[in-house]
Ligand binder design. Structure first.
Ligand code: ATP
Ligand code: MG
Length: 776
């Protein structure tokens, strides 16, 4: 153990060695917070603390697995396996299963995913005969989600006139009723949505002091990573569980708080000192992840935020290369730049695909990147977006399996009752739903009693409903005796799902069958793994729990070497040698939807800080002057965040050739007295890759050049005045802002800025390097 502790610096050792009491570690990105948590857990165990009594809450289950693996390496796998580790959702889902009866839920409750929730809300809105353009299901769900995360139950809602008034003002006077119906329907279906997992845990701990005492006694040491992004509901759980022993260690970085839109509350970190007595506060200042250029550039960004804790982040690492900024005319060109740079870097520095990450603000941006990577045959993997388990064919299989476990699960039932088609039409389903609501029973129960209720169904329909019930019940029998793989294989065949897909001989149809095979393989892996562990049967319910709570990063089980594509939100806590932050454009990043208040803009800025600090060696910022958004070609301005970085950490690239291979530019002003014979990049010959002479010279700055006047780039649209003579009083025309007068000039060269008073829109300060201006 001593060996591992000595690998930490002194500031990191202190919180590891403090065994008891409340403590908070506030520190910037890459300073070893997660590492400290990991070593601290191993250290506690080395002191004899029982693994069963340690609870560690992480941002993803993958992070928990990695942490567990490291701890296993230190203390041994048999010890580490008993640690309670995972996301809030997965840990508390597990606890809720064993306590479900207290809350009136079956222990086999279903976890509804967002798709299920949205569908159910749509159904409720329709049944209430409301206008779905006013009551937009997704919006309604996010409102309900925020109520739940603030512990505003339906009852609390109806006791709160202010909330009701606010909803009425927002033209949603019937919000409360929708909330109520939604909650009742979930309950009737034996289902919890994601937010329920936290809300119901709170309810459990509040209403049952004996249950609270049991878990307080059990979790004597609690550790929370990424504490800055906990919401109120999560905060209260941690607070309650740690109340007795007060051995609570949280780590976080206020500058990386990026989930306010989902209810994360930065005050949780700011108020921690007030919540516990005798809190020890630790700060880590040394960043081990990134180069000096990256660390300092990130510092210069976050400095622009007003709301922040004062923190120092420095690194002893090399300066490294500057952050490279690349402009392209279109988003597909941006993709080509990224793909060819990855390709070149792989050649030049023997990097693996997995050393590169492409981060974007919104999932929609992945398409252009994917196209370009495919053309270069670079394997990649997209995280987020429509995940594997949400694909239609997969979800169909899963919904049958859900029904086997919990036949009350209405979302699952409605999805598969007539798929593959078995002659049970919409009208029949509607009648069943109405009856189920009327009798306060599940649809499945209504179907089981179809002979006793008069729904005016013909005998053929009744028979088909009974056949469906019998089929599901036969699966239930199998489930009691066989493992999950056997059952899933049986279900996908016996329901006719596979036969249905086989009718479609198109590549898409074939891909769907392959996906089902992949699902079955996954289930097989799972059951084998379970059997190995402790002779368990590998039961379906455990697999389904994993699936319901798997975050997108968790599905990364393959060892294949791939470039990672993901949103910045998902990249939190991760690190990659090379990081491309793409789509650095106004209205995209910062997002047009998050610019109306200072606090929204500050959250976007923190998001940018998170993006930049994922990079170890090299960061690239790219933007396009135009891109397709909502099916329309739109012009864009470079993101203000590029400008906000202190210019000394940036280097502007210009594509010298349309194929984006960079010629070495032997400019004395860039390379100074460099001996040109040592330059590594030989000129590309024909279509072959550039060759590099291997010597030990640093590889930076060789195949790029500083930004030249944009007018020299044949591809550029409007003129750019970076090196033109613009003088006070000039009247200029700007593509977006129209006509204006230059009222001030500052800076030199690439940093030259003009203050322009536009006829419409007022005074704006523009970096001339970027501004699309014409003097008129
Ligand atoms: P983030 O805020 O992004 O979550 P973090 O503070 O959790 O970052 P870690 O991920 O724990 O930082 O550490 C960043 C990198 O620095 C990791 O690769 C880690 O192994 C390494 N590291 C941390 N501390 C040390 C150390 N004392 N010596 C060497 N490497 C270290
Ligand atoms: Mg971390």
């Amino acid at each position: 153990m001593q060996k591992y502790i000595s690998q930490l610096n002194e500031a990191q050792q202190e919180p590891v060695l403090q065994k008891d009491g409340p403590m908070i570690i506030i520190a910037g990105a890459g300073s070893g917070k997660t590492r400290v948590l990991t070593i601290r857990i191993a250290y506690l165990m080395s002191l004899g603390v029982d693994a069963f009594s340690i609870l560690a809450l992480t941002f993803t289950n993958k992070a928990a697995r990695e942490m567990k693996k490291r701890i296993s390496d230190i203390v041994g796998a048999s010890e580490a396996k008993n640690l309670w580790m995972g996301t809030f959702h997965s840990v508390f889902a597990r606890i809720l299963r064993s306590e479900a009866d207290k809350l009136g839920y079956p222990s086999n409750f279903t976890i509804y995913d967002t798709q299920d929730s949205v569908r159910l809300i749509s159904a409720v809105i329709k049944e209430m005969q409301l206008d779905k353009d006013i009551y937009k299901p997704k919006q309604i769900l996010s409102r309900i989600s925020s109520y739940k995360n603030s512990l505003i139950t339906v009852k609390a809602y109806f006791n709160n006139p202010e909330l009701q008034e606010a909803d009425a003002m927002a033209k949603k006077p019937r919000m409360g009723e929708i909330y109520q119906n939604y909650v009742e329907r979930c309950f009737k279906a034996g289902a919890m949505d994601f937010d329920d997992l936290l809300l119901k845990t709170n309810e459990l701990l509040n209403r049952f002091p004996d249950v609270l005492a049991k878990y307080q006694d059990r979790f004597r040491y609690i550790l929370v990573d990424e504490y800055q992004d906990t919401n109120h509901s999560q905060y209260l759980i941690v607070r309650a569980l740690s109340d007795r022993f007060q051995n609570i260690c949280v780590v976080g970085d206020d500058a990386q708080s990026i989930y306010a839109f989902r209810g994360a509350n930065i005050n949780n970190i700011l108020n921690f000192q007030k919540d516990y007595e005798g809190v020890k506060t630790y700060r880590l200042e040394q960043n081990y992840r990134s180069t000096k250029n990256i660390v300092e550039a990130a510092n210069s960004i976050i400095d622009k935020n007003k709301t922040k804790l004062d923190k120092v982040v420095w690194t002893a690492n090399d300066f490294g290369n500057k952050i490279k900024v690349h402009r392209s005319v279109t988003d597909s060109e941006e993709g080509r730049f990224v793909a060819s740079t990855i390709w070149e870097q792989k050649m030049q520095n023997q990097m693996m695909n997995g050393h590169f990450a492409i981060l974007y603000r919104t999932n929609a941006q992945s398409r252009a990147m994917e196209d370009a990577l495919r053309k270069r045959d670079i394997p990649y993997r997209i995280y987020g977006g429509l995940s594997f388990y949400q694909r239609k064919e997969i979800k169909d299989v899963l919904c049958y399996l859900r029904l086997v476990i919990n036949p009350k699960d209405e979302e699952a039932l409605i999805r598969v009752i007539n798929y593959p088609a078995r002659g049970i039409g919409d009208t029949t389903v509607e009648k069943l739903t109405i009856a189920a609501n009327h009798y306060k029973r599940s649809i499945f129960e209504v179907m089981q009693n179809i002979d006793k209720i008069d729904l005016k169904l013909n005998s053929g329909t009744k028979q088909r409903l009974q056949d469906f019930v019998t089929m599901i019940q036969s699966f239930q029998v199998i489930n009691e005796n066989q493992d999950a793989f056997y059952l899933a294989d049986h279900v996908s065949k016996k329901t006719g799902l596979v036969q249905e897909l086989k009718k479609d001989a198109t590549p898409e149809g074939i891909a769907k069958i392959q996906n089902i095979e992949e699902l079955l393989n996954g289930i097989k892996d799972f059951t084998e793994g379970q059997k190995e562990i402790d002779g368990a049967r590998g039961a379906l319910s455990e697999f389904m729990e994993d699936v319901a709570l798997a975050t997108d990063l968790d599905k990364d089980t393959s060892d294949e070497d791939r470039v990672a594509l993901m949103t910045i939100h998902l990249a939190k806590g991760l690190e990659f040698p090379y990081v491309f932050v793409v789509g650095m454009e106004e209205d995209l990043f910062p997002s047009a939807m998050s610019m109306s208040t200072r606090s929204e803009l500050e959250e976007e800025r923190r998001l940018f800080y998170v993006a930049l600090t994922r990079a170890e060696k090299q960061a690239y910022l790219t933007y396009a002057q135009s891109r397709y958004r909502w099916g329309k070609l739109t012009d864009s301005e470079p993101s203000r965040f590029i400008e906000e970085i202190n210019g000394e950490y940036l280097e502007y690239l210009t594509a010298e050739e349309t194929n984006y291979r960079y010629k070495p530019m032997i400019d004395n002003d860039i390379f100074g007295d460099v001996d040109k014979s040592k330059l590594r990049l030989a000129k590309p010959i024909g279509g072959t890759p550039p060759k590099y002479i291997t010597d030990n010279e640093p590889k930076s700055d060789i195949n790029v050049r500083k930004l030249k006047p944009v007018s020299s780039n044949a591809a550029s649209g409007t003129a750019n005045l970076f090196d033109n003579k613009l003088t006070l009083g000039n009247v200029v025309m700007h593509e977006r802002f129209g006509k204006g007068e230059v009222i001030n000039l500052e800076g030199v060269g690439a940093d030259k800025k003009a203050e322009i008073k536009f006829e419409v829109g007022g005074i704006k300060k523009l970096l001339l390097r970027f501004a699309k201006l014409d003097v008129i």
